[in-house]
Design a protein around this ligand. Structure first.
Ligand SMILES: Nc1ncnc2c1ncn2[C@@H]1O[C@H](COP(=O)(O)OP(=O)(O)O)[C@@H](O)[C@H]1O
Ligand SMILES: [Mg+2]
Length: 656
């Protein structure tokens, strides 16, 4: 086995600098705009979840100081914050047991409204079954809740959140898919399908994470930390100002500590995604070549190939996790140090009677919140790296030149013909398939392109609908350069029936009218008859409603070919190109088809790539190709008259 190939031929340079990460973040902001309303409401929902964090510490203090300790409620050492003061005023004159009952009622209300803790922070509810690699993780993120609160508020928040993250993910994935569909064939040839699947399904969900990370997560974290520090300042600022300073300093400290882990996190995430895509590629390649795999007895080898790819994917994911765990460790270290400091400071102040025991619970709880939010901030830049690696993979494909990018010209109905002048074509790998090709054909003609395998026939024909663009020279239709034409408008008028049959797992009718959805049943049947397909279709138990297997694989090769021809004819376009259409047809069907093509060419241009003599002879003109150039041109009779002509040699070889 060769070394594992993590990237396709397109996406080779996967490195990102910090500046590029910032550029990705900026670009991601654009995806928030269409769902900004959802984001604003989400912001308020998240703000609401700060309420219990600020309120919850005080009932504990009231119970410890004024119930257990029995201190009078109007004789507190430190002032209560304004939002709890009205409740405290209410308690004046209550017996300890009544204070207890009222406080418990307040807490019950809080739990009902906001939940008993920050269980939502992990998004635990929405993370259903998920595997331990990047693919399954990101897939599940689509419906992951990101709620800090529980209770009724948390439920609302979760539901809203699901709408929001799905909205963002849908937007990105739909845009990416649309771009993929419009990539030039040449680009698609160089990229493997599994990789595209991975990008659409597993790279796009990270956008919603990114969208949170650049907007709501930091703002809510800072808001929560500042609000907690403010409450502390209000009640304890005079007694222990150093508490506030330590809390404030922890925020930048955490960021600085995690900074050096950013680059390793980014590399690990990139490798993890690339190897995930490689696993998808392996499945896709083996499954689409399943007959080769089975017939050549390569099941074990393919199985091993998958096993290796899958294990590599898990291994890379463990690296990502290892870095995440290290980040948590350092962040935790800062938090723990802070809490230990507060622990000693507050305990000694209570012993010295400067604070009451209830203040211990308030301060520990508020400080814990500060430590947790500082941790979130420290995690943020690392999360950026993970997600930016995925976003890069999505943007790369969105940025590839798409087909109709710059060309604005709409093609009016073709009336004259096609002209190729001095065209060269070289594949990206350096193979030169065409050199100085000249070719002209007019509406009303039936042209045969003939020549040995690999001569460049298909490549030449691909120039006409603009699947390939010549590297030198010019292709024009009705005198206008196709380089200036919008791809859609060109494709509408040129139909290409490919040599490889591409059918969908839909009904026969749907397949035939794929290019012209408004075709009636009668028209579908007429074209099927012309393509010699009606006989076998009528014999199928469900006739035209028969659903085909994957890629039409429940039909024979000849039957598939006939359906593809019917589909091409049904489009009724001014230019029709058929690549080896008669190769799997029997003599009778071939004669029928040629008859139909001769009829069809009256008001259009028909180009047939062929090697069968019977097909070639039916043409008005023959273009003979060899080694990437047009060698001879003329009618069969003219070309046969040349004593040592290339075409004549070709025919003589065939007829023996
Ligand atoms: N995607 C590709 N990348 C590189 N070379 C290619 C590609 N497709 C075809 N070729 C090469 O271009 C030449 C012409 O191919 P093609 O036009 O398909 O020949 P024909 O249709 O006459 O049999 C062949 O040598 C073939 O190997
Ligand atoms: Mg070919």
């Amino acid at each position: 086995m060769s070394e594992p190939r993590f990237d396709d031929r397109i996406d080779l340079n996967t490195e990102l600098t910090n500046i590029q990460v910032l550029a990705i973040l900026r670009r991601t902001l654009a995806f928030i705009w269409p769902v900004r309303r959802l984001f604003i409401i989400k912001f308020f929902l998240m703000c609401g979840s700060v309420i219990p964090i600020l309120v919850a510490p005080w009932p504990f203090k009231i119970i410890i100081d004024h119930v257990i300790w029995g201190r009078p409620i109007d004789d507190a050492i430190v002032p209560f914050p304004p939002f709890i003061q009205p409740f405290v005023d209410l308690l004046v004159g209550f017996s300890p047991m009544e204070i207890m009952a009222a406080t418990v009622a307040l807490m019950a209300g809080l739990v009902f409204a906001f939940g008993a803790g920050d269980e939502g922070r992990q998004g635990a509810i929405a993370f259903f079954a998920q595997g331990e690699d990047t693919a399954t993780q990101t897939e599940n993120m689509i419906s992951a809740g990101w709620s800090q609160a529980g209770g009724i508020w948390g439920l609302l928040d979760l539901l809203w959140n699901i709408r929001l993250v799905q909205g963002v993910t849908h937007l990105v994935r739909y845009q990416l898919f649309e771009r993929l569909m419009r990539l030039p064939m040449q680009t698609l040839d160089d990229n493997r399908i599994g990789d595209s699947v991975y990008r659409v399904m597993y790279d796009t969900p990270t956008f919603q994470d990114l969208c949170f990370d650049i907007t709501l997560t930091p703002s809510i974290a800072i808001l929560t930390a500042l609000a907690s520090l403010y409450v502390m300042q209000y009640s304890y600022g005079d007694l222990a100002p150093q508490l506030i300073w330590v809390g404030l300093l922890s925020l930048p400290a955490v960021l600085i500590i995690t900074m050096p882990l950013a680059a390793p996190a980014r590399h690990a995430s990139q490798a993890s995604r690339a190897s995930g895509a490689a696993t998808t590629d392996t499945v896709e390649e083996s499954m689409s070549n399943i007959s080769a795999v089975q017939s050549l007895g390569n099941m074990v080898q393919e199985h091993r190939r998958f096993e290796a790819a899958s294990q590599e994917s898990f291994r890379q994911f463990r690296r990502v996790k290892l870095i995440n765990v290290s980040v948590s460790f350092f962040v935790g270290l800062v938090g723990a140090s802070m809490l230990i400091y507060v622990f000693f400071l507050v305990s000694s102040m209570i012993i010295a009677d400067q604070l009451s025991p209830g203040d211990f619970s308030v301060l520990m709880s508020l400080y814990f919140t500060v430590a947790v939010t500082a941790g979130q901030l420290g995690q943020l830049w690392i999360d950026f790296q993970n997600n930016a690696a995925a976003a890069r993979r999505v943007f790369l494909f969105m940025d590839l030149p798409s087909e109709d990018g710059q060309a604005p010209l709409q093609l009016s109905p073709i009336s004259e013909g096609v002209r190729i002048e001095e065209a060269d074509f070289t594949f990206p790998d350096g193979r030169k398939a065409l050199s100085a090709v000249n070719f002209a054909a007019n509406v009303g003609e039936l042209i045969a392109i003939v020549g040995p395998t690999g001569a460049g026939k298909t490549t030449l024909a691909y120039l006409i609908p603009g699947y390939y663009r010549p590297t030198r020279g010019r292709v024009s239709i009705d005198g206008k350069d196709i380089a200036d034409m919008a791809a859609d408008s060109l494709r509408r008028q040129v139909t290409y029936v490919f040599q490889e049959h591409q059918l969908f797992s839909e009904t026969i009718t749907d397949n035939i009218r794929f290019g012209i959805p408004e075709a009636t049943a009668a028209e579908v049947e007429r074209f099927a008859a012309t393509a010699g397909a009606s006989q076998f279709i009528d014999q199928l138990p469900q006739g035209y409603s028969t659903r085909l297997g994957r890629g039409g694989n429940t039909l024979s090769v000849g039957q598939k070919q006939r359906l593809c021809i019917a589909r091409g004819l049904a489009r009724n376009s001014p230019v029709l190109i058929l690549d080896e259409p008669t190769s799997s047809l029997d003599v009778e069907a071939e004669a029928d088809l040629l008859n139909a093509l001769q009829q069809a060419r009256r008001n259009r241009l028909v180009i047939v790539i062929a090697h069968r003599l019977s097909t070639i002879r039916a043409a008005d003109r023959i273009v003979f190709m060899d080694a990437g150039t047009v060698v001879e041109e003329g009618t069969h009779i003219e070309l046969m008259a040349r004593q040592d002509g290339a075409y004549r040699r070709f025919v003589e070889l065939q007829t023996g």
